[in-house]
Design a protein around this ligand. Structure first.
Ligand SMILES: Nc1ncnc2c1ncn2[C@@H]1O[C@H](COP(=O)(O)OP(=O)(O)OP(=O)(O)O)[C@@H](O)[C@H]1O
Ligand SMILES: [Mg+2]
Length: 375
């Protein structure tokens, strides 16, 4: 009994918070250029002018949300005259819901629950901005959800043409998306495109060395000294690089630490890391599947339903076409995107034409993939 109590006291963690996925670190390593671009885009707002719009793009887990939140928190500390509003479009996916959030941020309380018309909500927001000489900057995270629900045009239109309704109202938008193939020029109406014109800010995947740096920073502040060896950090970094998603590494460190604690050990072993990987690798799958379009999920489902974990692309295309009615160009684009997201791998068999002879293999257990798609 006493021994158990003693064990409760022992911990490998100095600050476990450093291994939570929503933790915002002091420094975002290797994102200096992107942070600079973001600051450049919002800087006119600091002088009371309309900010430039921006679009942050990159694969899952490349630091887009973190970079925007970081810039927002710096803005909030610097001035009351700029109001940054962060919207998660997966949660708030209609124009009304988004403007209700903006209202709440500006006034400090939500719009009346009895409901007011959008027009009224909108005009109160616009009036407030002009009267208080405040500039609004709205980050629309997971923007692809808005594109899917066709609300994107309306949201951007209302936001960016606010000054037409209320002269002097100033607002900018930052779209954040993990879909690299989404073509705004194709998918937004020309009226919206003409006012949106975003600065493109790209978030490339981190290299192995960059991943190591970022993980080491977490280790330094999150673990007690000497908890994990250099060699095991390398291993965690290599696993992380396989998916390109930093969440895998951060989550692995937490799990490995907990595994060590369970053994009442003050250091992490190879086994602790390997067991952690079994759980953490699905973190990437969870986040990636979340960012897929309905048709892309349908494509994955075709492989899952085949009962195998790989298929020839010709056969896969036939099934996909049957299911979705989409043509070869869409299919080809989607397969490549799934490869980019490290959900499938492609191998050329050297036969056939136009890529029909490629072998498309799932990178995860089909059952695990199947569980996460509901189309
Ligand atoms: N440069 C960095 N330095 C430190 N931590 C980082 C860095 N980049 C990302 N992270 C961490 O990795 C995790 C994922 O980052 P973030 O949520 O910003 O990614 P994202 O690009 O928004 O991904 P998604 O497209 O899936 O939303 C977070 O826990 C974040 O703290
Ligand atoms: Mg994000």
């Amino acid at each position: 009994m006493t021994k158990d109590i003693l064990l409760w006291d022992q911990t490998v963690f100095k600050e476990q918070e450093y291994f939570e996925l929503d933790f915002l670190p002091e420094n975002l390593l290797h994102r200096e250029a992107q942070m600079r671009s973001l600051k450049f885009s919002v800087s006119p707002a600091l002088r009371g002018s309309t900010p430039l719009n921006a679009c942050c793009r990159g694969a899952p887990g490349t630091g887009k949300t973190s970079a925007v939140l970081k810039v927002f928190s710096e803005l909030e500390n610097a001035t009351q005259k700029v109001v940054p509003v962060y919207i998660n479009c997966q949660l708030d996916s209609t124009r009304y819901a988004i403007f209700a959030q903006i209202f709440k941020k500006l006034f400090g309380y939500p719009p009346p629950s009895s409901g007011i018309s959008f027009k009224k909500l909108f005009s109160q927001i616009a009036k407030h901005l002009v009267e208080k000489k405040r500039v609004l900057i709205v980050a629309l995270d997971d923007f692809n959800y808005l594109m899917a629900s066709k609300e994107a045009d309306e949201v951007l239109y209302s936001l960016l043409r606010m000054h037409e309704v209320q002269p002097g109202a100033k607002a900018g938008a930052i779209a954040i998306l993990s879909d690299l193939t989404l073509d705004m020029a194709r998918d937004l109406t020309p009226q919206v495109q003409s006012v949106f014109l975003p600065e493109e800010i790209l978030f490339p995947q981190y290299s192995l060395e960059e991943i190591k740096d970022i993980l080491k920073y977490r280790i330094k502040y999150g673990f007690m000294q000497g908890v994990i060896s250099e060699e095991l950090v390398d291993r965690v970094a290599r696993y992380t690089a396989e998916t390109g998603d930093l969440r895998v590494g951060i989550n692995m460190l937490k799990r490995a630490g907990l595994n060590a604690e369970r053994r009442a050990s003050r250091t992490i072993s190879e086994e602790d890391v390997e067991r952690a990987y079994e759980g953490s690798r699905y973190v990437h799958l969870n986040y990636t599947i979340r960012s897929l379009k309905k048709e892309e999920k349908a494509l994955l489902k075709c492989i899952v339903e085949s009962g195998k974990d790989e298929m020839m692309s010709g056969e896969l295309y036939d099934r996909f076409r049957e299911k979705t009615g989409l043509g070869y160009t869409s299919f080809y684009e989607m397969v490549n995107r799934l490869e980019g997201l490290k959900l499938v791998s492609l191998n050329n068999t050297g036969k056939g034409v136009r890529g029909q002879s490629r072998l498309v293999s799932l990178m995860y257990d089909p059952k695990e993939v199947g569980k996460r798609i509901d189309v």
